[in-house]
Design a protein around this ligand. Structure first.
Ligand code: HEC
Length: 320
């Protein structure tokens, strides 16, 4: 009876988990179609995708977001996107050297007269930061601080899927409407979003009547951002859309970068690549860990079988 109850509860739990998964919709971050290659027991990074992701980070995100925990040499380390077995020491890897040298950094060491010169980065240098400090970063971004992206996939629920969903989740530009109104003799410019046309929201889409969302100045609506849209929703507050506002506008447009490997740079592709790059940055040893982990499990499995038989053999003549 007890076993039966335990079984029933576990089955019910599984069913609920399935439902929650199926209800993915716009609220919960979701992986791209086909999932992530690095998932599962044996999953590994798609090296070409991580390489392209670095290009997206460098050409799009790096103008606002730092990655202070990374050095250029990490790109050429084993498990890294530009690892070359011919150069076990990434500091010698000419490609990594060239990638580093594309960035001009303030030398961390003063020159003979005590000044800090600008110089091309070397593999030993940390990634170039776009701003000298947080205050300067805020000043350039309307008061909001673009978070450091070194371990962002570990810092947000949903990891890579969250980054992917966030980057691809913004409404299309066609849904934005500029409104000019007069308030107390002053002209007020606002941007509203026609939520009734926002098909990506899926089941959360409003079903009846016009439903507009007012976007605060300097803020952008995103269904995956944590927040509350009720105060800005011109519709039934009980059906306010999921998500919230953030100070980062949509960053990816088709063809935003020109991939050096010839891959077509669609919004989806760039989001996949940069999310995978950021996952690698936060978990660079995934490959080695999974390889060792699997070998350990197999070893322990064999050991268990051997121990079982030796136990049987040793206690064979003892009554118990
Ligand atoms: C023009 C500057 C700018 C660029 C370019 C930019 N961002 Fe942002 N980003 C911001 C700002 C500002 C915030 C903080 C928003 C806030 O807290 O309201 C932010 C926040 C984020 C967040 C955190 C969202 C959260 O959950 O808090 C992530 C993740 C992110 N950006 C990823 C990216 C990626 C990936 C790229 C490149 C494809 C990128 N950003 C390009 C300015 C930028």
């Amino acid at each position: 009876m007890k076993t039966f109850r335990i079984l029933a509860v576990s089955l019910a739990g599984l069913a609920f988990a399935g439902l929650a998964h199926a209800a993915g919709g716009a609220k919960h971050p979701h992986a791209p179609e086909g999932g992530w290659p690095f998932e599962g027991v044996t999953g590994q990074y798609d090296k070409a995708s991580v390489q392209r992701g670095y290009q997206v980070y460098k050409q799009v995100c790096a103008s606002c977001h730092s990655m202070k925990l990374l050095s250029y040499r990490n790109l050429g380390e084993e498990g890294g996107p530009f690892y070359d077995p011919a150069y076990p020491n990434p500091n010698d890897n000419p490609f990594v050297k060239a990638l580093a040298a594309e960035n001009e950094i303030v030398s961390p060491v003063p020159n003979d007269v005590g000044e800090f010169d600008l110089r091309p980065a070397t593999p030993a240098d940390r990634f170039r930061s776009p701003f000298p400090n947080d205050a300067a970063a805020r000043a350039a971004n309307g008061g909001a601080l673009p978070p450091d992206l070194s371990v962002i996939t570990k810092a947000r629920v949903g990891g890579a899927s969250y980054i992917y969903s966030l980057l691809t989740g913004y409404p299309d530009f066609a849904l934005y409407e500029d409104r000019i109104t007069e308030e107390n003799g002053e002209t007020v410019y606002t941007t509203v979003i026609d939520m009734a046309k926002f098909e990506k929201l899926g089941e959360y889409m409003p079903h009846h009547g016009p439903a507009y969302l007012i976007q605060p100045t300097g803020q952008y609506y995103n269904p995956y951002m944590a927040g509350d849209t009720k105060p800005n929703y011109l519709g039934d507050p009980r059906h306010a859309p999921p998500g919230g506002f953030l100070a980062m506008g949509p960053q990816l447009t088709d063809g935003r970068v020109e991939y050096t490997d010839g891959t077509e740079a669609t919004i989806d592709q760039m989001a996949i690549d940069v999310s995978q790059f950021l996952t690698w940055a936060g978990d660079p040893k995934l490959q080695a860990r999974k390889e060792v982990g699997l070998a350990t499990m197999v070893y322990l499995g064999i050991l268990t079988i051997l121990l079982w038989f030796s136990y049987k053999r040793i206690w064979r003549k003892v009554e118990h």
